[in-house]
Design a protein around this ligand. Sequence first.
Ligand code: ATR
Length: 274
Amino acid sequence: MSDLYCVFGNPIAHSKSPAIHAAFAAATGQELNYVARLAAVDGFFAAMSDFVAAGGKGANVTVPFKEDAYRASTRLSERAARAGAVNTLAFAGDEIVGDNTDGAGLVRDIVHNLGFPVAGKRILLLGAGGASRGVIAPLLAEKPASLFIANRSSEKAVGLAGAFADMASIEAGSFEQTAGRSFDLVINATSASLSGENLPLPAGIFAPGCLAYDMMYGRGDTPFLAMARQQGAARLADGLGMLVEQAAEAFFVWRGVRPATGEVLAALRAKLAE
Ligand code: ATR
């Protein structure tokens, strides 16, 4: 019988993860079965226990369960501990090992797929929730020139910057406080796109050659990317590449084999445009 994996989420029906992991398995010759599992909003622990009892070897975890998965882990990777959230679980005997591949996925998409080195760049990170927290340490590890975290509620941005103060000196504040500054890499980690809302960003934040990156994705420009395009950002990217790369990193965590991602990403991109 092939090894069993799943992704937990709520909702989960439209998850692309089963197709992505099936493609990785086929391409690497790994035998595994990866399914989507819906858990009740207050039922993550029960759903996880059922899955382990059924022989599950590992799981991905998406909205809204990443913090539940963090708490359920008996052991955490350093990057999961830093992120305060877990998107990848490995079940080994009595151990529940929590990892977080989101930041690695983002950095790999930016640096490798988009060919945009983060080293030496001035980064503006928008948002101070879980999505933002998960990518800070991997971004800092690339040695950017600076990092500014901007958020609707500036206290949350300041608090988040403080949590990483041992790694680097990070600036933080409101969106308005970025006025007069410009950045080489602007990453949207807010969930504002979900409600179709625009962020109140001052004009002029996109430096020449700037990459505007939205961790969200969808058909056509997200609201953030539409704004960035209008303001003349040189390059635009959505989070589809991050989705595929965090999956590849999880696959590597479980199987010790790193799948190629180019074809899977191209196929998803084509499907999104249909
Ligand atoms: P996630 O796990 O996706 O990061 P979260 O922890 O709820 O979810 O954080 C959501 C982020 O998006 C926060 O930074 C939030 O700003 P606040 O901290 O001020 O609430 C931000 N956000 C959500 N909707 C937004 C909007 N309409 N405009 C600006 N920021 C928004």
